[in-house]
Design a protein around this ligand. Structure first.
Ligand SMILES: Cc1cc2nc3c(=O)[nH]c(=O)nc-3n(C[C@H](O)[C@H](O)[C@H](O)COP(=O)(O)O)c2cc1C
Length: 358
């Protein structure tokens, strides 16, 4: 059967269909469980969670499903120069952001004090929570962490945006490689070269990764329906990961406005920009992104940029000013049809059954 692949075998799932994790508060236990219960692999993006919250969320997921699921972390939680700002640089950034804060009637955030997520604590909490799969982006966990996952029976799934990154993941002993093309929504998780120098489309990346490594390969980026899945299989993938298609579902934790935009012509155009977090990400374009991109002084490394934009995005949504908020979307969003996660999986399976039945 088309759905029996090295990935389904390794992860103990029925269908080689993975719901991509969402950081930034967009993941939901209900979404993870809906996908896992439908025979795929649900994933929870935990990179913004405290270690304690990782335990809580895992318990919540387990009340909703007894099937395998993934927890996801960002291996690199700050750019090399992303830990602190000089007073001059803070003032320069505020010069740009202040008119937006004023317009939204909000206070400017105080100077950032080098706040970064507690990656070490997150890893300890994740291993303790013992999800079936640990998926990660922006680097490779240490050999010690990978060995501890192996001993705990946690499969590891690492993201590559280039062949060199896929090889590095294999050399480190990771179990499965995700080949993510530049069509994908959300951040470009490159970790060897700059993301702008690592922009390979899914069509070119998947067969090259397939040829370069012996590991099972998962394809992501722009897959919106069964045609994309069938294409990914033809290119050599053993499974697919869809993000935007599940983000648009009722069970995700995004806003109704974001869901509506994903199903509207607004999703016909997406851009890659560092405007919101300091790391390159794909979302729908708007006035704010264009202003940041035109103003180099307004761009700071990750996570400093997010220090200035996160409160602004929240205030913009509350003030009904969507042109200042961020709406992530992949290039495949215009293909989306289904609003429940189980329907996304069922529609893919029905179509793929018909395509591959002979
Ligand atoms: C809003 C949003 C947040 C995301 N956050 C993460 C994340 O924290 N970790 C991760 O590994 N991938 C993250 N991704 C990538 C998705 O898991 C998935 O790989 C990607 O969306 C697939 O491309 P597609 O949107 O074209 O289907 C995110 C994607 C979106 C749209």
């Amino acid at each position: 059967m088309w759905f029996n692949t090295p990935v389904t075998e390794s992860l103990g799932i029925k269908y080689p269909i993975i719901q991509g994790p969402f950081g930034g508060g967009f993941s939901a236990p209900e979404l993870v469980a809906a996908v896992s219960n439908a025979g795929g692999l649900g994933s929870f993006g935990a990179h913004n969670l405290t270690p304690g919250e990782i335990g809580t969320v895992t318990r919540e997921i387990r009340t909703l499903t007894d099937k395998p699921f993934a927890l996801n972390l960002w291996v690199s939680v700050a750019d090399a120069d992303g830990l602190g700002l000089t007073a001059e640089r803070y003032a320069e950034a505020l010069d740009f952001f202040r008119p937006y804060y004023d317009e939204l009637g909000m206070q400017a955030p105080p100077p950032p004090e080098g706040h970064v997520e507690d990656y070490i604590g997150q890893i300890e909490a994740l291993i303790e929570a013992k999800p079936d799969v640990f998926s990660f982006v922006f680097g490779i966990p240490s050999a010690d962490v990978l060995a501890r996952c192996r001993n705990a029976g946690i499969k590891t799934l690492g993201a590559a945006t280039t062949v060199a990154e896929a090889r590095a993941l294999e050399d480190a002993g990771v179990d499965i490689v995700l080949a993510t093309g530049f069509e994908a929504g959300g951040h470009r998780p490159s970790f060897i070269k700059a993301a702008e120098r690592s922009l390979v489309g899914m069509l070119a990346l998947v067969p090259q990764v397939r040829d370069a490594v012996r590991l099972p390969v998962v394809a992501a980026g722009g897959i919106g329906d069964a045609r994309g899945v069938a294409a990914a299989f033809t290119l050599g993938a053993d499974a697919v990961q869809l993000g935007s298609a599940f983000l648009a579902c009722a069970e995700s934790n995004t806003s109704d406005l974001h869901r509506e935009l994903l199903f509207s012509t607004a999703a016909d155009e997406t851009v890659l920009s560092r405007a919101y977090t300091g790391r390159l990400a794909r979302f729908m374009p708007n006035e704010f992104v264009e202003a940041v991109d035109a103003h180099p002084g307004a761009r700071l490394p990750f996570p400093l940029q997010a220090w200035f934009t996160t409160p602004l995005k929240k205030a913009a949504l509350l003030a009904d000013r969507p042109e200042l908020a961020s709406f992530y979307a992949g290039q495949g969003a215009p293909l989306l049809k289904h609003r429940r996660a189980a329907d996304v999986v069922a529609a893919l399976v029905a179509d793929l059954d018909a395509r591959f039945s002979n």
